[in-house]
Design a protein around this ligand. Structure first.
Ligand SMILES: NC(=O)c1ccc[n+]([C@@H]2O[C@H](COP(=O)([O-])OP(=O)(O)OC[C@H]3O[C@@H](n4cnc5c(N)ncnc54)[C@H](OP(=O)(O)O)[C@@H]3O)[C@@H](O)[C@H]2O)c1
Length: 333
């Protein structure tokens, strides 16, 4: 089968499209004909050996997929060959067929198309876990989203709006902020040109944000924490800026606020039933249009390296997907 192949942990340019054997599912696994696969920030890290998960070489990146079940291994009964599904695979998704763990594969409602599922499973799953579970979001909360024009960021904007919150979006350009506005953000802050803490305080009458969604890290985390309200909840989700921030603990004391880690992979591993409930909620919101995963562009396997490069270079607003069944030359749409 055709796949984008990582032969050695190396920069993105080393990835090549080639042939890999089609995976045969072991017990507790299934194989999926991949119709669409999302591109996430960690896909750009895993091929360089910079992610927690280090697959045996050679492998194909691609951590979230939507498609049709080809075959199921022993003990897999919740889906059958031919069923439409989405899955979190960690890697392997930029291929015509991939392997998935049964516990991290979920039936796809008919009303949710493959592209939307592949564009939204990880980002909306993560943002949902953060906002609804860890931060206990309520209507009327003010939610500050850092990196709001990115994959998890835009998902957080939509989920917070759907929950009845007021959303402050922080991103790195006017164009990216316009996308946040189009997805429902109420207040826009360019954190590359404006002091984040002052702008959030100004937008909240001095109170600060009730919830902070932080996928960026670096210097923005402390600025956001300083702009957090009394009893606020700060969600540590990712460090796209590359720097893991050190938090002055006195700020938590002074604000009576919570700092919560959000690690969706671990939720699935440690609490599969709870993860399945949350994924079902997210998919139900996709099915009735309350949440609409944005697909900014789609490409075939040949275009995947360029797409991953754009994401790593901070040039993508929204979400890119790979369509492994598309022929050569059938790129960005
Ligand atoms: N904990 C979990 O379970 C979980 C799940 C999914 C993702 N994540 C993590 O969350 C982070 C965001 O993921 P994502 O899929 O939303 O990524 P993304 O689409 O690339 O968005 C990240 C955003 O961060 C901002 N950013 C600021 N400084 C940056 C820099 N130096 N390089 C790149 N981006 C920078 C960018 O927006 P501006 O240019 O507008 O600032 C970008 O839109 C990643 O670190 C990812 O690994 C964690």
């Amino acid at each position: 089968m055709r796949a984008l192949i990582c032969q050695a942990y190396a920069p993105l340019d080393a990835l090549k499209v080639g042939e890999l054997p089609e995976p045969v599912p072991a017990a507790g696994e299934l194989s999926i004909r991949v119709e669409a696969a999302g591109i996430n920030f960690y896909d750009t890290l895993i091929v360089q050996g910079k992610y927690q998960v280090k697959p045996a070489l050679p492998f194909s990146p691609g951590g979230e997929v939507a498609g049709t079940v080809v075959a199921v291994g022993e003990g897999v009964s919740h889906v059958r060959p031919g069923d439409r599904v989405c899955a979190f695979t960690s890697y392997g998704g930029y291929a015509e067929v991939c392997r998935a763990r049964a516990a991290q594969t979920w039936p796809l409602p008919d009303a949710v198309d493959f592209r939307a599922a592949a564009a939204g499973l990880v980002t909306y799953g993560t943002a949902w876990f953060g906002l609804h579970d860890r931060a206990r979001i309520r209507a009327g909360d003010t939610v500050l989203v850092l990196g709001a024009a990115g994959g998890v960021g835009l998902a957080a904007v939509q989920i917070a709006k759907a929950a009845g919150a007021r959303v402050i979006a922080a991103a790195g350009s006017a164009e990216r902020l316009a996308l946040c506005r189009a997805h429902g953000a109420d207040v826009l802050i360019d954190y590359t040109t404006t002091d984040l803490k002052d702008a959030v305080k100004a937008a909240t009458g001095g109170n600060g944000a009730d919830i902070v969604v932080d996928v960026v890290g670096g210097p923005y985390t402390e600025a956001a924490l300083r702009a957090t309200a009394w009893r606020g909840r700060v969600l540590v989700i990712g460090f796209a800026a590359g720097e893991i921030p050190r938090i002055p603990a006195n700020l938590l004391l002074l604000k009576g606020c919570e700092l919560s880690g959000v690690f969706w992979d671990e939720l699935m591993r440690r609490e599969p039933a709870e993860a399945a409930r949350q994924v079902a909620d997210v998919l139900a919101h996709f099915a009735d249009g309350r949440l609409q995963p944005p697909v900014t562009a789609a490409c075939g396997l040949e275009g995947a390296v360029d797409a991953m490069r754009s994401l790593a270079a901070r040039k993508v607003a929204g979400k890119l997907i790979v369509l492994p069944q598309a022929g050569q030359g059938d790129d960005r749409s």
